[in-house]
Write a protein that binds this ligand. Structure first.
Ligand code: UT7
Length: 323
C-alpha cells in the first residue's frame, strides 16, 4: 500500500486592480512593446492599499476549500509559500489560519522565493506520506508590488500580486505512476548565487528593502536548471517529457517557459501559460496557473503535470503529480 498526497481542491485570488503595461509607461522609461517582447507580460494585478499577503492567501484558501467541499477544520496543516509575509512574524500561515477561523492543526511558512510553492508541495507531501497528517492546505501568496523599486525599469515591470492554493489529501495508491497525487519531487539550491536575485532589506538593514536582479544571469540559470530539474523528477519515476500532459511552469518570462518546454520536448500547447495576465507572482504563480488551467478546461483529473520553478537563492525544483 502506498500513501499518495492527492489534489482534492484548487483555488486562487487576484486583487481587483489590473495594471496594463501602458500604465507603467507613465512611471518609468519603458514601452508595452519592450515588456511584451522581452517577458510576455501584458498586465499584472496589484494589491489595494492595506490589502496584505495573508488577505490574498486567505481568499485563495477559501476558494480551494470550497472546491474540495471541505471546511478549515477538516485541515491538519497549512503551509504558506511566501517571501512577502505581512510581518516578520508571526508567519503568514498562522495569519491565514486565524482568518479562516481554524481552531486545530498547525501552520507555518516556507520561504524559497519563486520556487517556494514547489518546496511547500515537497514538505506537504512528506507530511502526508509519513502519515503525520491527512490534509494540508498549501498556499502560494505574494505581494511583490511592495518590494519594487519604482525607479528601476528593469524589475518593476515584471512582478505582480496574487495567491493560489491546493488542498492535498492522503489517499491509498498502488505505488505506480498511474496513481493520482504527487509522484516525485526534486529540489536544489546554491547559495553562491545569492547576489543575482535578492531583496536589499531585512533585519540587517531595518528596512523592507527592494528587489534587485541581474536579469540576464538569472535568465541563463533558469533556462539551464528548469529543464534539468524537471527531467530529474520525471526520471525518478521512469517518466519522460512525452508522458507529460501539462507543464505548469513558474510564470516569470514567456521566453524561459518556451525554452524549458523545448528542452523537455513538450509542445507549447501542453504548457499552462498565464504570465501575460499576472506577471511574475513568485511563489503564487504555480498554484495560480493550476487553478486557472483547471478553470480553462486544460487540466483534467488524471492528467500528468510537471511544475517547475526557480528563484532567489538560487533555489529551484520541480514536482511531478497526477491531477
Ligand atoms: O522569478 C525569478 C526568476 N526571474 C526571472 O526568471 C527573470 C529572468 N530574467 C529575465 O526575464 C530577463 O532577463 C529580463 C526580462 C529581466 C530582461 O530581458 P533581457 O532580454 O535579458 O534584457 P536586458 O536586461 O539585457 O536589457 C536589454 C536592454 C538594456 O538596455 P541596453 O543596455 O541594451 O541599452 C536595458 O537597459 O533593455 C533595457 N531595459 C529596458 N528597456 C525598456 C531594461 N528594462 C527595460 C524596460 N523597458 N522595462
Amino acid at each position: 500500500m502506498t500513501i499518495r498526497a492527492v489534489v482534492k481542491g484548487v483555488g486562487h485570488y487576484l486583487p481587483e486592480r489590473v495594471v496594463p503595461n501602458a500604465e507603467l509607461e507613465t512611471l518609468v522609461d519603458t514601452t508595452d512593446e519592450w515588456i511584451t517582447s522581452r517577458s510576455g507580460i501584458k498586465r499584472r494585478h496589484y494589491a489595494a492599499e492595506g490589502q496584505t499577503t495573508s488577505d490574498l492567501g486567505t481568499r485563495a484558501a477559501q476558494a480551494a476549500l470550497a472546491d474540495a467541499g471541505l471546511t478549515a477544520d477538516d485541515i491538519d496543516a497549512i503551509i504558506v509559500a511566501t517571501s512577502t509575509a505581512d510581518l516578520t512574524f508571526p508567519s503568514c500561515a498562522t495569519m491565514v489560519q486565524g482568518a479562516l477561523g481554524m481552531t486545530r492543526g498547525y501552520a507555518f511558512d516556507v520561504q524559497a522565493v519563486c520556487a517556494g510553492f514547489v518546496f511547500a508541495l515537497n514538505t506537504a507531501n512528506a507530511l502526508i506520506i509519513s502519515g503525520q497528517v491527512q490534509r494540508v492546505l498549501v498556499i502560494g501568496a505574494e505581494t511583490f508590488s511592495r518590494l519594487m523599486d519604482w525607479t528601476d525599469r528593469s524589475t518593476c515591470v515584471l512582478f505582480g500580486d496574487g495567491a493560489g492554493a491546493l488542498v492535498l489529501e492522503a489517499a491509498t495508491g498502488t505505488g505506480t505512476t498511474a496513481d493520482r497525487g504527487i509522484l516525485s519531487t526534486d529540489l536544489h539550491s546554491d547559495g553562491r548565487l545569492r547576489d543575482i536575485l535578492y531583496v536589499d532589506g531585512g533585519t540587517s538593514t531595518g528596512t523592507t528593502g527592494h528587489l534587485r536582479m541581474e536579469g540576464k544571469e538569472v535568465f541563463r540559470h533558469a533556462v539551464e536548471k528548469l529543464a534539468e530539474t524537471a527531467h530529474l523528477a520525471l526520471d525518478k519515476v521512469g517518466l519522460s517529457g512525452g508522458d507529460v500532459d501539462w507543464i505548469v511552469p513558474h510564470q516569470a518570462n514567456i521566453r524561459i517557459i518556451e525554452a524549458t518546454a523545448k528542452r523537455m520536448q513538450v509542445p507549447m500547447d501542453r504548457v499552462v501559460v498565464t504570465v501575460q495576465d499576472h506577471g511574475n507572482t513568485s511563489a503564487a504563480s504555480i498554484p495560480l496557473a493550476m487553478s486557472i488551467g483547471k478553470a480553462r478546461g486544460q487540466i483534467k483529473t488524471g492528467d500528468l503535470l510537471v511544475a517547475e520553478a526557480i528563484g532567489g537563492g538560487l533555489a529551484w525544483g520541480s514536482v511531478v503529480l497526477r491531477w
